[in-house]
Design a protein around this ligand. Structure first.
Ligand SMILES: *Cc1c(COP(=O)(O)O)cnc(C)c1O
Length: 440
């Protein structure tokens, strides 16, 4: 069971070809839940037959996020360099929690974290770790923000103040931590210091775990006024966490950097490479301006861990809510080294330009209208005269026909469609096809 038999080596050759060719794969060809999967049996069906089922039966029912017309939610389009590093990582059985086991794989991940710290403008001592997603990154940052603090009454701080466009994971983190979320501002516009001051006004700073600002709201792409917010937090001595899970990648586009001004003042930042930095799922970075507190908050201690917990050890396990972990920063590093950062800048700018094209086509169309000004690579728009049901019907049909994955959403209480561009292989022709299908 643990040997690669000679006849099974063909599977590896086929897998390599499949990886190289699958970019041309289009939308699902088979409705999910109609296929019969092989049963788990005492004898098993072998690697060859299992690979055939994976390749021909299971995988084709998924709408891959790197399909050029996967424009729903926030997709992802990994580079080949990231894909091979990710595949090798799976095959190599590397425990990514500590240097003792993972050797220089930890150094490569650290280099990728360092690069991200440079991108946000963090100082040399900043550090962080790659976790499974923005949700875990946000939770880890908020746990750090509260670590060791008590209120004057001897309790623990239990209020998280977040902009109204904050991602659902902030509420989930608050629930885990036994915290209440106080929302500031409106979900339809970026958070500024006036709305934040209003929300913080009546709160004792000692009870506030952190303020969470968003740089690239998931629904709208909007960036909160980070500069003002950072000042407001500094005045009160409040921890600022900036959730840039989706939007952070746009820091690489010179023309967009100014809208992130102030991000370098955040105490912690979330950026997901699996969204717009071309890395396979799952991979999110949590970055800390001063990592010492994060280490204090998260390092697990036990007799069997003493061997890795020396004063000189610097282990990825120590900076988030995890112990065993995949060295999921390796694909980030491999892709950066392979492609160079200029290619990243170009790829992100292509996505921004495609979003611009979509917005212009919508503005020029007689049957479509923008729901709001586009931010980053998110375009929210409406089909004139449609009710919610019609959006849902069109969206299901587009998915079933293999045309596109575009999900309906709401903006300002009204139904809308949302396009999110994070794949540089999405062409203006893809956009035109989707928009044309809304005419009927
Ligand atoms: C996607 C997203 C998250 C959650 O990230 P996961 O990787 O899905 O856990 C958090 N915040 C924002 C702003 C996001 O866009």
């Amino acid at each position: 069971m643990h040997d690669f038999a000679l006849q099974d080596r063909e599977v590896l050759t086929d897998l390599a070809g499949w990886i190289a060719d699958r970019r041309s794969t289009v939308a699902p060809v088979r409705p999910a839940r109609l296929t019969r999967l092989p049963e788990v049996t005492a004898a098993g069906i072998g690697i060859g037959a299992t690979w055939t089922v994976l390749r021909d039966v299971l995988m084709p029912t998924a709408f891959p996020t790197d399909h050029p017309r996967y424009l729903a939610f926030v997709g992802g389009s990994p580079t080949p360099a990231a894909v091979i590093a990710d595949a090798a990582l799976s095959a190599a059985s590397i425990y990514g929690g500590s240097e003792l086991e993972a050797g220089d794989v930890v150094a490569a991940e650290r280099a990728a974290i360092r690069w991200m710290c440079d991108v946000v403008g963090y100082p040399v001592e900043a550090h962080g770790v790659f976790v499974s997603g923005g949700s875990l990154a946000n939770l880890s940052a908020l746990v750090t923000a509260r670590h060791g603090r008590t209120t004057p009454g001897g309790g623990v701080p239990s209020v998280i103040v977040a902009g109204a466009s904050a991602h659902s994971s902030v509420r989930a983190a608050a629930a885990i931590m036994g915290c209440e979320v106080v929302l500031a501002g409106s979900p339809d516009r970026p958070l500024g210091s006036d709305d934040l001051a209003l929300a913080l006004g009546s709160l004792d700073p000692a009870t506030v775990v952190a303020v969470v600002a968003t740089a690239g709201a998931t629904n709208t792409g909007a960036i909160d006024a980070l500069d003002e917010i950072a000042e407001c937090c500094a005045d009160r001595g409040t921890w600022l966490h900036v959730d840039a899970a989706y939007g952070g990648a746009a820091l690489l586009a010179p023309a967009r950097r100014a809208s992130f001004a102030g991000i370098q003042a955040a105490d912690s930042i979330t950026i997901d490479p699996h969204k717009w930095l071309f890395t396979p799922f799952d991979c999110a970075a949590v970055l800390y301006r001063d990592p010492r507190l994060a280490r204090e908050a998260h390092q697990q201690r036990a007799d069997y861990l003493d061997v890795v917990n020396g004063a000189d050890d610097d282990n990825p396990a120590d900076y988030a809510v995890h112990l065993t972990r995949r060295a999921r920063g390796l694909p980030v590093w491999a892709s950066l080294v392979a492609n160079g950062t200029d290619a990243y800048v170009d790829a992100i700018e292509v996505c921004l330009a495609t979003a611009d094209h979509a917005a212009k086509q919508i503005e020029a169309s007689s049957h479509l209208e923008l729901a709001t000004d586009p931010h980053l690579s998110v375009v929210l728009f409406r089909r004139k005269g449609w009710i919610r049901e019609q959006y849902a019907q069109w969206s299901s049909r587009a998915r079933a026909d293999g045309l596109a994955l575009v999900a309906p959403t709401s903006f300002a209480g009204e139904p809308a469609l949302r396009l999110c561009f994070v794949n540089p292989l999405t062409s203006t022709h893809d956009v035109d096809l989707v928009l044309a299908s809304l005419e009927a």
